[in-house]
Design a protein around this ligand. Structure first.
Ligand code: NI
Length: 176
């Protein structure tokens, strides 16, 4: 159990495609999942992908904050683990929203994401799940799975006036 160091934008590990996990029960994978949970609790973000702690594996730990929970996400418990997740958009509808990232500290940006997605993944026990998500939960899933392909949220920003310091977010009439 350990809180891991978070890599920041510019570290090459964050720009690489991560590899599929072949053995979910391997001791190093089990330890990585436990450490990523500790790290997310310690840092207070919504999600963490393995490349952010220097591990080039397709692994995500995330939680949906209480005010954003839907009837489906509420029953999932606090922290969820996605192993080898694949995201599929459901429909064409997109919406913009403010995002932050532990690898881009101090900044927030307005990013367009699919409003509805389906996520196929294994959990930490090796069970396969296909789940639909909407709104903020769908946004977290897209943000975190982007990390597994070397993509950070600033890559999606259409209007660079909307990449700002989080301390200035109130000028936009928004909050995170
Ligand atoms: Ni991130």
């Amino acid at each position: 159990m350990a809180v891991l160091k978070i890599l920041r934008m510019g570290n090459p590990v964050l720009a690489r495609r991560a590899e599929e996990i072949m053995d979910i029960s391997a001791p190093e994978v089990v330890r990585l999942i436990a450490d990523m949970k500790d790290t997310l609790h310690g840092e207070g973000g919504s999600g963490l992908a393995a490349p952010q702690v220097g591990a080039g594996l397709r692994l995500v730990v995330f939680r949906v904050p209480g005010r954003h929970r839907t009837s489906t996400s509420a029953v999932q418990g606090d922290l969820r683990v996605l192993v080898n997740p694949v995201i599929e958009p459901l429909g064409e509808e997109m919406e913009s929203g403010w995002e932050a990232c532990l690898s881009v500290p101090g900044l927030v940006g307005e990013v367009w994401r699919y409003r509805r997605v389906k996520c196929h993944s294994y959990d930490e026990k090796g069970a396969f799940h296909s789940q639909e998500a909407v709104g903020f939960e769908a946004r977290i899933l897209q943000h975190e799975c982007d990390h597994l392909d070397g993509v950070l949220y600033p890559h999606h920003i259409r209007d660079m006036h909307k990449l700002i310091y989080s301390s200035e977010l109130h000028h936009q009439g928004a909050s995170l």
